[in-house]
Each structure stands twice: as structure tokens, then as C-alpha cells.
Design a protein around this ligand. Structure first.
Ligand code: 4AD
Length: 456
């Protein structure tokens, strides 16, 4: 008879020929260890030579010691090597273990045109050699932390019983109505204009109004002309859409927990990397992250924010009158040490400033929405309660000049069993600025795209 147990064909052998340096650094002393990686630096002395090898799994890599001068001469910065030897306890303070090399194999040589040397290079210089950025500390720390941040966001969603849904990148709608869309495909292919998505929200609403709590995490695209340090043409967003949420305050609770738990996850998983940024980029980083975990975020309405700005006695370039958009100078002031000194939710903006889908407040002037502003960064998250009343939504769409026929599917979600719901979108690169202390989104995405720049 067929027996499922006897069909287990998978092997228990390790899947990879070598362990990562990260895992070797946690092991006990042993002989006959093999590792592979890239040479970061070499220091040749008369008797012994030292090299630092890194495979991307850890910030500091591993120190290896060679007592064969001939072998040491074959090591050059940037080369890819395989080393075999004894893993021993390190007398140095920097790390637990080091490798006494018996055998060296150069897998890929590297000549002296290699642009990365032991000294610190500027972020601007590193951007000119994007394809080599992750061979240096800042670039590789960013990638490990990006991974941990994505994992932290998704762990939060999983713990709270969200379902991940995959929203399309090609779409015929413009969610934010800002017109900052990239057109794609010759118009005869889809028989109508099609764009790269600016947000998965409208599609996520389809799924939330049948599945309850959903999220989508993926790239979005905006034809942003603004060349600021906060804007990319292609960036990642984590978007949550939640049915059966009744009030904006509940949505703020979820957002706050999402950001705090993700921050905690990254600090737990990548402490060395966060400490590296604290040392070299922003000495207040750890302090700021810890404060954001210890104290609740501030909550104020747009009307209160305008009042605070007017009473601040600061000179702003843009007006601070009720009805005007909050500019980045205003957002930064509100979150700064001078004002709140921690993350701030600003809620209930004038309806004219926000997209059609946001739920109208009873005052008739504002909508149930929020922006989360972070110290030093400005807006990290945008979210709102969604208008779930058919007639009001239809009216708002008409006022916004939209063709309601094209969006009948969206109105249908209100026609057939409408549910109170709301959601938010976290800009992933701005989250990375928060976690690293870096101040330009181009540093925290491996291959950035912005106006005039699409190399590789
Ligand atoms: O505030 P936004 O435009 O909100 C939305 O798109 C909603 N539909 C999200 C939702 O409710 N599901 O964008 C959300 C966040 C911003 O707060 C900001 O962090 C980031 O996305 N963002 C950008 N990040 C990098 N480059 C750009 N050009 C960005 N535009 C927005």
C-alpha cells in the first residue's frame, strides 16, 4: 500500500556548501571550517597577515589570519575567496571567533581598479557606483535592515490576522487623483489608457470588504517631478485595509502599533546595524527610536496643528492659514524637538486637500483621515476612514470630476453589503530613513529611480 511517510524524499543534508559568516561567528571552536566571501581589507605583516572577509550576512565580517606569506599576497581587496581552516576564539574585543587559514582558493580575482578602499567613502560617491554599494558597510546594513523591516511589518500583519493580497501594478485608475501617473503599454493593447499603480488601496478595498483585514506590500510608481530627498519615482508601500473599524482613532492605534512593533523587530534583529548608523550617521538615532517605543505618539487635528503653527512665532515660507496644505517645513516643525519631539498624527484635514475616497466628517468641512509625521522626516504614513455611504461617495466622485461609470466596481462595494472600513499606506523608504537616520531616500533603496535617473 502507498505510504506517504516512506515517500519523504527530501534530504536532511545542508542545502549549501558553506555556512554564512553570521552563523559561524556563533559557533564553537572547530577544525576544517570552510567559508566564502569577499575581501574587505588586508593587512600584511612580516609573520602573519590579517584580512577581513564579509559575505553580507553580518556588519563586521570575520577576521582571518594567514601565516603563509605567499597565500597572503594572493589576497586583494574586493576579491572573492574560499578559505578553509580552524575556527578559534578571538583574543580581540571586536568579535568572538576568527579563522586561522590553512587553505586559500581565489574564486574571483579583483584588480587595483576596484573603487572601494578601506577608508570611508561619501554617500554621494557610493551612489555613483550603485552596483557596488552593498559591498560596503552602509549599503549592506541598509539591505539587512530593509529585509528586517519588511519582515517586521509582515509579522505584525500576520499576528493581527491580516491576509496578504496581491494588488495589480497595471491599472486603469488613479487612486490618489494627483495625476502623477506613468502611462504604460500602447493604447491599443488594453483598448484604454493604463498606468503603473500609485497605490494598491482601491484594489485592497475589494478584498477588505470580503476578507476583513488585508494588506499588500509592493512597489508603486509616481511620476514625481519634485526632486526632494523624500521622493522617488518607484518606491515600496505597505498598505493595510481593514473592515469593521468604526473610528479613526482605532486606525491610529493600529498604525502606531504597526510602526512601533516594526521598529522593535528591526532593533532586535539588526542591533549591530542600527548601532552602526547611530555611530556614523546620527548620534541621536537609538535615543529617538527608543523614545518612540516608550511614549505614545501625539495626536492632534489639522485645525489644532494650524493653531500651533500660527502661535509658534516661526517664519515659514508657506502660509499657515486654515485650508492650506501642510508643507514639509510645517510637518518637520510639528514633529521636531521644539514642538512635539516624537511622532505626531495630524487628523481631519479639510476635504479639499484630500482624495475623493476619504470619509466625510459630520462638520461637512473635514474628512476622517490622518498623516503620521516623524521627527526629521515628515510624513511617513497616510491613511483614512473610507467613505462607505454610496450616495455620498458618488457625489464626491462627481465633484472630483471622475467618470462614475469607470468606477462602478468601486461603488458596488458600497452597494452590496457596505462595511465601515479604513486603511493606511506606509512609505517603506521613509520608514528606512526613520530606522537608519539617513536623510535621503536614494540611500535606502538598492537601485533608486527618480526624475532623470534610471541607470541599470
Ligand atoms: O499619502 P499617500 O499618497 O497615501 C496613499 O497612497 C494611500 N492610498 C495609502 C493608503 O491609504 N492605502 O502615500 C503613502 C505614503 C506617504 O506617507 C509616504 O511615506 C510615501 O507613501 N510616499 C512616497 N515615498 C517615496 N517617494 C514618493 N514619491 C512618495 N510618495 C508617497
Amino acid at each position: 500500500r502507498f505510504n506517504l511517510q516512506s515517500c519523504r524524499t527530501y534530504s536532511t543534508k545542508p542545502l549549501f556548501p558553506t555556512k554564512t559568516i553570521r552563523s559561524l561567528l556563533c559557533e564553537q571552536p572547530q577544525t576544517n571550517v570552510t567559508l566564502r566571501g569577499w575581501v574587505r581589507s588586508v593587512r600584511q605583516q612580516k609573520q602573519l597577515s590579517f584580512a577581513n572577509i564579509n559575505d553580507g550576512s553580518t556588519l563586521k565580517g570575520i577576521q582571518v589570519i594567514l601565516n603563509d606569506a605567499k597565500n597572503a599576497a594572493r589576497l586583494s581587496t574586493g576579491a572573492c575567496v574560499e578559505l578553509q581552516g580552524q575556527l578559534t576564539t578571538s583574543p580581540g574585543k571586536e568579535q568572538n571567533m576568527e579563522l586561522q587559514v590553512d587553505k586559500l582558493k581565489v574564486l574571483g580575482e579583483c584588480d587595483n581598479t576596484y573603487p572601494l578602499q578601506k577608508k570611508r567613502h561619501t554617500l554621494e560617491f557610493m551612489r555613483t557606483i550603485n552596483h557596488l554599494r552593498s559591498r560596503a558597510n552602509t549599503g549592506s546594513a541598509v539591505l539587512r535592515m530593509r529585509h528586517a523591516a519588511g519582515e517586521g511589518l509582515q509579522k505584525f500583519f500576520a499576528d493581527q490576522e491580516f491576509i496578504q493580497v496581491n494588488t495589480p501594478l497595471l491599472t486603469s485608475s488613479d487612486c490618489e487623483g494627483g495625476g502623477e501617473v506613468f502611462s504604460v503599454a500602447p493604447s491599443d493593447f488594453f483598448k484604454k489608457p493604463v498606468y503603473l499603480t500609485v497605490s494598491g488601496q482601491l484594489h485592497a478595498e475589494i478584498m477588505a470588504t470580503s476578507m476583513g483585514r488585508v494588506y499588500t506590500f509592493g512597489p508603486v510608481f509616481r511620476a514625481e517631478e519634485s526632486m526632494t530627498s523624500r521622493h522617488l519615482a518607484e518606491f515600496w508601500m505597505a498598505e493595510a485595509e481593514i473592515a469593521f473599524i468604526d473610528e479613526l482613532d482605532q486606525l491610529l492605534d493600529v498604525t502606531e502599533a504597526n510602526i512601533q512593533q516594526t521598529t522593535q523587530h528591526v532593533m532586535d534583529k539588526c542591533y549591530d546595524d542600527v548601532a552602526f548608523f547611530n555611530q556614523w550617521v546620527d548620534k541621536q538615532l537609538l535615543n529617538r527610536l527608543r523614545t518612540s517605543l516608550d511614549k505614545p505618539f501625539v495626536r492632534m487635528t489639522y485645525t489644532e496643528a494650524i493653531d500651533i503653527l500660527q502661535r509658534s512665532n516661526k517664519t515659514f515660507q508657506f502660509p499657515t492659514i486654515w485650508g492650506a496644505s501642510l508643507q514639509s517645513e510645517h510637518e518637520r516643525y510639528l514633529a521636531s524637538d521644539e514642538c512635539c519631539g516624537r511622532p505626531v498624527f495630524v487628523t481631519d484635514y479639510p476635504k479639499e486637500l484630500k482624495p475623493f475616497y476619504m470619509r466625510a466628517n459630520p462638520d461637512g468641512k473635514t474628512v476622517g483621515c490622518f498623516d503620521l509625521l516623524l521627527p526629521g522626516i515628515g510624513e511617513l504614513v497616510g491613511g483614512s476612514m473610507r467613505e462607505d455611504r454610496y450616495d455620498i461617495l458618488q457625489h464626491k466622485m462627481e465633484v472630483a470630476g471622475m467618470n462614475c461609470e469607470d468606477y462602478q466596481w468601486y461603488l458596488d462595494l458600497r452597494k452590496y453589503g457596505s462595511a465601515p472600513h479604513g486603511g493606511y499606506g506606509i512609505g517603506f523608504e521613509r520608514l528606512m530613513l526613520w530606522l537608519t537616520g539617513l536623510d535621503n531616500v536614494r540611500e535606502v533603496v538598492p537601485i533608486p529611480r527618480w526624475a532623470g535617473h534610471c541607470k541599470y
